[in-house]
Design a protein around this ligand. Structure first.
Ligand code: NAP
Length: 284
């Protein structure tokens, strides 16, 4: 009897990760004998954890907070887009070689496509400069957009801009030019955890920020309406949370691992069912 293909997500915290439910559902309907598990890993344990996944022959794994950038040091090969942005969220193991990819880029592009955002002269403001923001900014610049970037740690924003394929405008959160950029933007993206967990009551929008009706607002946080999305809806903006991007990046990881196109609707429904379970547990 052959053992099932093994997959995992590494990161910390993983308590509420939807990836195991999403991928196990996709493997089941595709008739693929595989098991996908959460593999919690602190930063100091990353080298040991990657060695273990390699030696135990995992076919692939996803990488999330806080390892998307540091994982590059432990891989044998990096795909071009992932190398360009310096962040990996998917690893494929083949013949003992670990290769890193970034499917957040495609995930974000597909989520944007589903919103039918006008890409001609796209102007975007992105909040955050971490791993997810790197993928978002890369995708937007590749689509020909102009990007204004805001981040608490300005040096981190500058590092992102230095690696970007085209110029990125960096602004402080109290800069009047940022408020103008927000009003002129056709797209606003929250790529910070503001709105989730212990930051659930917070929004990335500066106190004087004004949302213009018709602007598209995409929050990468998923699972509940964040203060940012609530305010955007009240202001007449079009809104979307991060679930579609999560599903689409997962679908792209699945393709890389199996060379099979997954049933995306099954993945979406598995995420929604898992979110309902988490919600029921937190109220009971
Ligand atoms: P990360 O690499 O750790 O980056 C976190 C970013 O958020 C940094 O820019 C950080 O700013 C900022 N930040 C953190 N705490 C903050 C605070 N209290 N106030 C202001 N800014 C704060 O994380 P990531 O991987 O980019 O993920 C960011 C968010 O996107 C998370 O909520 C994650 O769940 C979500 N995400 C969603 C998807 C999806 O498919 N929907 C995919 C990837 C990520 P500093 O640099 O100043 O610390």
């Amino acid at each position: 009897m052959t053992s099932p293909n093994r997959f995992a997500i590494i990161g910390n915290p993983l308590d509420h990760s939807l990836s195991p439910a999403m991928h196990n559902a996709a493997f089941r309907v595709a008739g693929i004998d595989a098991r996908y598990e959460a593999f919690p890993l602190d930063s100091r344990d990353l080298p040991r954890g990657v060695r273990q996944l390699r030696h135990e022959g995992y076919t692939g794994f996803n990488v999330t907070i806080p390892h998307k950038e540091s994982i590059l040091n432990y891989l044998d090969e990096i795909d071009r887009d992932a190398a360009d942005i310096g962040a990996v969220n998917t690893v494929v193991q083949s013949d003992g070689i670990l290769k890193g990819h970034n499917t957040d880029i495609t995930g974000f592009e597909r989520a944007l496509e589903s919103l039918h955002v006008d890409l001609v002269s796209l102007k975007a403001v992105v909040f955050g400069a971490g791993g997810a923001a790197r993928a978002v900014v890369h995708a937007l610049l590749r689509l020909g957009g102009q990007v204004t970037l805001v981040n608490r740690d300005r040096e981190r924003a500058r590092r992102l801009a230095r690696q970007a394929v085209r110029p990125v405008d960096i602004r402080k959160s109290d800069d009047p030019a940022l408020l103008e950029a927000i009003e002129r933007a056709s797209l606003l993206v929250n790529a910070t955890p503001l709105g989730m967990g212990h930051l659930a009551e917070r929004s990335p929008l500066p106190p004087d920020g004004r949302l213009i009706p018709g602007t598209t607002v995409l929050d990468l946080v998923y699972g509940h309406r964040t203060p940012f999305l609530n305010l955007a809806s009240l202001s007449g903006c079009r809104t979307m949370d991060g679930l579609e991007m999560l599903v689409q990046q997962g679908a792209e990881s699945f393709r890389l691992w199996t060379r099979v196109g997954p049933d995306i609707e099954v993945m979406r429904q598995a995420c929604l069912a898992q979110l309902q379970t988490v919600e029921r547990c937190s109220v009971s």
